[in-house]
Write a protein that binds this ligand. Structure first.
Ligand SMILES: NC(=O)c1ccc[n+]([C@@H]2O[C@H](COP(=O)([O-])OP(=O)(O)OC[C@H]3O[C@@H](n4cnc5c(N)ncnc54)[C@H](OP(=O)(O)O)[C@@H]3O)[C@@H](O)[C@H]2O)c1
Length: 321
């Protein structure tokens, strides 16, 4: 079957390890099932994989892609939960030390078919297209958990989202606006700041710009480039939730400010099957929809990855096999 896969790892030139071509049909082990992929979406995770972050040489060749919406073996429309936990694990799957995300240990979704444990298959409501549903399992689920589970934001709060243009960040903006949360954003690009305001952001700032007042919570995925600003932007007792460090992970810690203002630094990774179900229901019932930058044939995956690596995207890039 046609796939986009990591054949080699190169931390400096990640796209040099990307191959597009035939890979063997996947075989479903006991308790797993085959899903025909109708749409899949690109995440920064796929670039990290090609750089060798979270993917080892001995796992190669590895089909990339964490997200998929498609058809199950009976032709039902489904969405995948990408967090694969151990059979014996009970409770929040993201806390399982043995968990992985599709394309780390098990072959990913940039293919015509993918196999997953049966419990990772959820119904896709008819209100969502395959393309929209394919944006939910990683970026949107991560945003949902950051906001509502890990930060516990409530309507009327003010939240700062650093780096507005990304898949996770655009999800954060839309979810905040839908939940009655005042959302402020930063972005390096004038155009992305304008687009964020159209999406529902209340104010847009340049990176590092002083805010008119301090915020209740900051949503971080940028890392080193914005960390100090995130800490300085919080009210006493405020919370920064971090789920990514795209620009590097060695920023000044800002320890004095953290203890003196009694700030909380909270990590967040992906989300549970239950959270994904609630997110899907929220989208189906409220009209909230993922922000899609473009839909490309899977054969043009290289072009999509180049665009993501160049930091030019606003929202999600979707591939159709
Ligand atoms: N922990 C998890 O489970 C999880 C899940 C999903 C994502 N992540 C991580 O979260 C990060 C974002 O993922 P994504 O898929 O949303 O990526 P993406 O679509 O490529 O977005 C990248 C974002 O980073 C900002 N950015 C990049 N470099 C920057 C720099 N030097 N200075 C300022 N801003 C910069 C961009 O903002 P502007 O261009 O608007 O400035 C953009 O919002 C990645 O590191 C990813 O691995 C983690």
């Amino acid at each position: 079957m046609f796939s986009a896969y990591a054949a080699r790892i190169d931390p400096e030139q990640p796209l040099s390890g990307l191959e597009l071509g035939e890979r063997p049909e996947p075989e479903a082990p006991e308790g797993w099932t085959t899903v025909t992929v109708k749409a899949t979406s690109l995440n920064h995770h796929d670039l990290w994989s090609l750089r060798g972050v979270g993917l080892s040489e001995k796992a190669l060749p590895m089909i990339l892609g964490c997200d998929a919406a498609g058809l199950d073996e009976d032709g039902n429309e489904v969405v995948l939960h990408s967090v694969i936990s151990d059979d014996a694990w009970r409770g929040d799957e993201t806390f399982d030390p043995k968990r992985s995300i599709l394309s780390e240990r098990h072959q990913g979704t940039f293919a015509e078919r993918v196999v997953v444990p049966r419990r990772n298959v959820l119904s896709k409501p008819p209100e969502l297209t395959f393309e929209e549903a394919a944006c939910l399992p990683t970026a949107w689920l991560t945003a949902y958990r950051m906001l509502f589970t890990r930060a516990g934001v409530v309507p009327g709060s003010t939240v700062l989202v650093q780096g507005a243009g990304g898949g996770v960040s655009t999800a954060l903006i839309v979810l905040c606006a839908a939940a009655g949360v005042r959302v402020w954003i930063t972005s390096r690009s004038v155009q992305k700041r304008a687009r964020a305001l159209e999406l529902g952001a209340d104010r847009a700032f340049e990176p590092g710009e002083r805010l008119p007042e301090r915020v209740d919570a900051v949503m971080e995925t940028v890392g080193a480039a914005t960390w100090s600003h995130s800490i300085k932007s919080l009210k006493p007792g405020g919370t920064v939730v971090i789920s990514g460090a795209t620009s590097g992970d060695a920023p000044p810690a800002e320890l004095t400010r953290i203890f003196f203002l009694q700030l909380s630094v909270v990590g967040s990774t992906m989300g549970t099957r239950d959270e994904l179900e609630r997110l899907i229901r929220l989208c189906a019932e409220t009209g909230v929809r993922p922000v899609i930058e473009s839909v490309l044939p899977l054969r043009e995956a290289r072009q999509g990855l180049e665009q993501l690596a160049g930091g030019e995207t606003f929202g999600k890039i979707v591939f159709t096999p």
